[in-house]
Design a protein around this ligand. Structure first.
Ligand code: MV4
Length: 514
């Protein structure tokens, strides 16, 4: 049953990215939007658009009823949830199917099984997938003494996690017994408020670890394959910043990769997984022990690095398997070519403790070139609303080797101009240049160890220089933002003499590139 019209229940770069796949497949698209997004890129990219309501997500992008009604009203036969919002809401997946529509994702039961982190841990143990040493309540509630005893047996530091959480939400690190009662109590309070479920559990906290996840894909014919791994150790406040494939650690340990891949497929099979999903592991780089953390039952932000190295289009594949078609390949036909790294461009101010930013995008000038992909939710003239997450765009570089991918990504970031909204571009460049990142040995402590006090420095081009580059670009004059910041090239461009800047002088000092 082929889809001819798809509703995308999301906004920003992921909605735009799903629509691109639809154009390639000759599928018409329906956008949904909030009043804050009436003129947004994802609305302009769609064939049709339906307004859901006021800006707050609860009144728009989380309104399952209005989204299903919009699909019915426009004749869309399927709904793609993107990530975030309703993507991992099992009741939404069920409601979409109950309305006779295709949900481009796994079954409600798969989502539910993995949505309970304590339930998932128990299931994984049964399936022979290693889980982090820990403790949880089985039937009977534990009192404080029992939790204290469990934590002592696990060994400090321990993590208190919320069963309804995931992605680091509601997590608390506890270094000694004195801190445990308060961590348990506050985690429970937060979980009750945020997830309506105050179930918590303990895990041994692996302090210097590698966060490695496997992309999996299942169809409705019982086939499950993996598309190899992504390493995502570089996160701040549990937001990933840099992701790559393959993992430098697993490149050195192919046997470990094989065991983790097998565990990922076993995890997916244990919940009869269909569609695209990700199995997250934490790996101790010393002992090479690996443990299941959670499974994300959606397409992830960082899926393009997997697409780059496998040459596959995950959204095409999602649509195929959602339509009941079998996977068009077997495991042995999937291989990895080269290396891909993604950086997330986020609207936040590194000088103000990474405070999220909103407002008008006066200019967005994207880098391009061989092996460079940009997935953006915004273009020049758009408004970044304050109501949603602050991801603006992603830059993905693909090259034969990791070193070349880093160089390619840095060169692309150096040419990415955002005016009007402060971004983390210079922060990302500093992270890519750090010797620990370059060596591939970075762990989950990378940001806190090396960038806790990072502030934008002289390497950040001033807005005036960027504006001048933009003007030069408009006039078809070749110009680089680097001219505003590189002392050794102070005579190479006009930005070095901003005080005496005259438009008429530009043609003498800057090469024309017509
Ligand atoms: C962990 C962990 C270490 N030990 N669990 C963060 C996101 C969520 N999916 C799981 N996360 C982690 N869980 C145990 N038992 C390390 C992380 C983690 C992390 C922690 C602090 C700072 C950066 C991090 C990056 C990736 C994973």
């Amino acid at each position: 049953m082929r889809t001819t019209k798809l509703l995308i229940a999301n906004r920003g770069e992921i909605a735009v990215r799903v629509m691109r796949a639809c154009r390639e497949l000759n599928i018409r698209t329906v956008a949904v939007y909030s009043e804050a997004d009436a003129h947004a890129l994802h609305v302009r990219e769609a064939d049709e658009a339906v307004c859901l309501g006021p800006p707050p997500p609860r009144e728009s992008y989380l309104r399952a009823d209005k989204i299903i009604e919009a699909a019915r009203a426009t004749g869309a036969q399927a709904i793609h949830p993107g990530y975030g919002f309703l993507a991992e809401n099992a009741d939404f997946a069920d409601a979409v199917r109950a309305a006779g529509l295709v949900f481009v994702g796994p079954s409600g039961d798969s989502i539910r099984a993995m949505g309970s982190k304590t339930g998932a841990r128990a299931l994984m143990e049964q399936a022979g997938v290693p889980v982090v040493p820990g403790a949880q309540e089985k039937g009977t509630k534990k009192d404080e003494q029992e939790w204290m005893e469990a934590a002592r047996a696990i060994g400090y530091p321990v993590l208190v996690k919320a069963s309804g959480g995931g992605g680091g939400r509601g997590m608390r690190v506890v270094h000694d017994p004195a801190g445990l009662p308060e961590a348990l109590a506050s985690a429970r309070r937060e979980a009750a408020g945020a997830f309506g479920d105050d179930t918590v559990f303990l895990e041994k906290y692996l302090e210097r670890a590698k966060h490695i996840e496997f992309q999996v894909l299942g169809d409705s014919h019982g086939n499950v394959v993996h598309l190899f791994e992504r390493e995502c150790s570089i996160q701040r406040r549990h937001q990933k910043l840099i992701e790559e494939s393959p993992s430098p650690l697993l490149e050195a340990h192919p046997d470990l990769r094989a065991r983790m891949a097998q565990a990922a497929v076993a995890a997916a099979r244990a919940v009869n997984y269909q569609n695209a999903g990700t199995v997250e592991f934490i790996v101790d780089p010393e002992s090479l022990a690996f443990y299941f953390l959670e499974m994300n039952t959606r397409l992830q932000v960082e899926h393009p690095v997997t697409e780059a190295v496998t040459g596959l289009d995950l959204v095409h594949l999602q649509l195929r398997v959602a339509a009941g078609e079998p996977l068009p390949f077997t495991q042995s036909e999937i291989s990895v070519r080269g290396h891909a790294i993604e950086c997330r461009i986020v609207a936040e101010d590194p000088a103000q403790n990474f405070l999220p930013q909103s407002g008008p995008v006066l200019l967005a000038r994207e880098p391009h070139g061989p092996g460079v992909r940009v997935d953006s939710g915004y273009s020049t003239g758009d408004e970044v609303p304050p109501h949603y997450d602050s991801l603006l765009a992603k830059v993905i570089a693909h090259a034969p080797t990791r070193a070349e991918a880093i160089a390619r990504l840095d060169a692309a970031l150096a040419r990415y101009i955002w005016l009007g909204v402060t971004t983390n571009v210079e922060f990302l460049r500093a992270a890519l240049a750090h010797p620990e990142f370059v060596s591939g040995s970075m762990t989950t402590r990378f940001i806190e160890q090396h960038f806790a006090t990072w502030r934008p420095g002289a390497e950040t081009p001033p807005d005036l220089a960027l504006a001048a580059v933009a003007l030069a670009d408009f006039l078809s004059i070749s110009a680089s933002p680097a001219w505003g910041v590189m002392p050794e090239r102070a005579d190479a461009g006009p930005w070095a003499r901003l005080d005496g800047f005259r438009l008429g002088g530009i043609t003498e000092s800057v090469e024309r590139d017509r």
